[in-house]
Design a protein around this ligand. Structure first.
Ligand code: ZN
Length: 447
């Protein structure tokens, strides 16, 4: 029997920190989560394909999973659990069904990043001995903290007299935008009255809470390929269809996509590769790009124009261009009613001295799939931020958190869930057609 999670928050976080696994390779992470969730005791624990339809996954890597599986096996994971995650179906959903009351979802993400963690002696994870044990990967965004929150909240609610349904989504593959969609399509997202999604840090200091973000950018990850014909660059350049030249044309013109009157857009080609040697007309070029927009429609606009640009640039040079959408996420806004509630709760939490009802996000997040799903069905959602003093930016080798913020996050989330339970059913305003009745428990009564 483990010691309560809430009495060992830092050590739980450090355990995750030592084993950062990238998108769709979170095998040991999921095994660790399952172990902790089983010892908490929940009404349902769904792992991998039991939690979502693998066909709904996005940005599934074309990678050899075996080393990641083997590593997990070496850490003592059982074969039955590994079997269930075959093909990289990682992540899980835990459910507490505690009678009549609201259905509340909490979404946390679990993946690490391909970043080599710093070995500097003044980097706390080095100094305290919990630096990443996997070369080239790191929890450099705080998802180790997010998982700790998910577990501690689950434990606190399981031990309380909470009445209602709590669904905790431990979502894989956030960093590649691949895991939000399958979670949102799953049966666990059905009929949720409320959804809380949460992130640590994001340039907000320890003691600050942002009750809901505004203007997350809708985003699409795009892979473009241009296929031409190779030829001898000296003897017969006329026989080639130059994929390199087409790629250059495509990149320059991608940045020339017209701005949109309705709002902000972004486009970036972040990686490109073409050709084989200086005396060969290149027959193939590949690019990785992204399109973003202030609204989902604006993102779609940039995406469409980018596809046209690549195809047309390819045609111009006698090549064939294709664009694949690797993953995408919509824009979804936090609901003011829920922001107000989180604001009030956070103001009463020990150690929190600055609560902001809202702040601009400026980045993208695939939690928006779940938020949109809940909102479409008449529920309320918010994406909140729990501040932490981080020495350097997210996604850098010296990223770290102030571990005091782990306790803050647990208190804010548990407080918000208990408050939602007390106030349920909440009178929906501003666009929600009906008042949801949690008393029926089946959520079927809404329009
Ligand atoms: Zn993150």
């Amino acid at each position: 029997m483990n010691e309560p999670i809430r009495d060992r928050l830092a050590s739980v976080r450090r355990r995750f920190h030592r084993h950062p696994e990238p998108a769709w390779r979170e095998f040991l992470t999921t095994a660790t989560l399952a172990e902790e969730i089983r010892s908490i005791g929940v009404d349902e624990l769904a792992i991998g394909p039991d939690a979502y339809d693998p066909a709904d996954r996005m940005a599934v890597p074309d990678a050899d999973l075996e080393p990641w599986i083997e590593r997990t096996r070496e850490h003592g994971a059982d074969e039955e659990l590994l079997d269930r995650m075959t093909g990289g179906n990682t992540g899980c959903v835990a459910v507490l069904d505690r009678g009549e009351g609201p259905a509340i979802g909490l979404r946390v993400d679990i993946d690490g990043l391909f970043i080599e963690e710093s070995t500097a002696p003044d980097h706390d994870p080095v100094d305290e001995g919990f630096r990443s044990e996997i070369d080239g990967t790191m929890h450099a965004c705080g998802h180790d903290v997010h998982m700790t929150w998910g577990l501690a909240v689950l434990e606190a609610i399981a031990e309380s007299d909470f009445a209602g349904r709590l669904v905790v989504f431990f979502q894989p593959a956030e960093e590649t935008g691949g895991g939000g969609h399958p979670m949102a399509e799953s049966r666990f997202a059905d009929d949720l009255d409320y959804l809380l999604a949460v992130h640590v840090g994001l340039d907000h200091p320890t003691g600050e809470v942002v009750a809901g973000i505004e203007k997350p950018l809708a985003m699409a990850h795009l892979d473009a390929t241009i296929e031409g014909t190779s030829a001898h660059a000296g003897k017969a350049p006329n026989e080639g269809d130059n994929a390199m030249q087409a790629m250059g044309t495509a990149i320059v013109n991608a940045y020339g996509i017209a701005r949109h009157a309705d709002g902000m857009t972004r486009v970036n080609v972040g990686w490109a590769e073409a050709g084989s040697a200086s005396n060969v007309v290149a027959e193939r070029a590949e690019m990785e790009a992204e399109a973003r927009g202030e609204t989902t429609e604006l993102m779609e606009y940039v995406k469409r124009r980018f596809e046209t640009t690549v195809r047309a640039a390819a045609t111009m040079h006698g090549c064939r261009g294709t664009v694949d959408v690797v993953s995408e996420s919509p824009r979804a806004d936090s609901d003011p009613e829920l922001q107000a509630l989180v604001t009030e709760v956070a103001e009463g939490v020990d150690g929190i001295d600055g609560v902001r009802p809202a702040a601009d996000f400026g980045a993208s997040e695939d939690a928006t799939f779940l938020m949109e799903r809940v909102q479409d069905e008449g529920g309320l959602a918010t994406y909140l931020i729990v501040g932490t003093d981080h020495p350097t930016s997210h996604h850098t080798p010296t990223f770290d958190v102030d571990e005091r913020s782990i306790r803050h996050g647990v208190d804010v989330l548990v407080g918000a869930i208990r408050d939602l339970e007390r106030r349920h059913p909440v009178p929906h305003t501003g666009g929600h057609a009906t008042v949801r009745s949690g008393a029926t428990g089946d959520g079927s009564g809404q329009g």
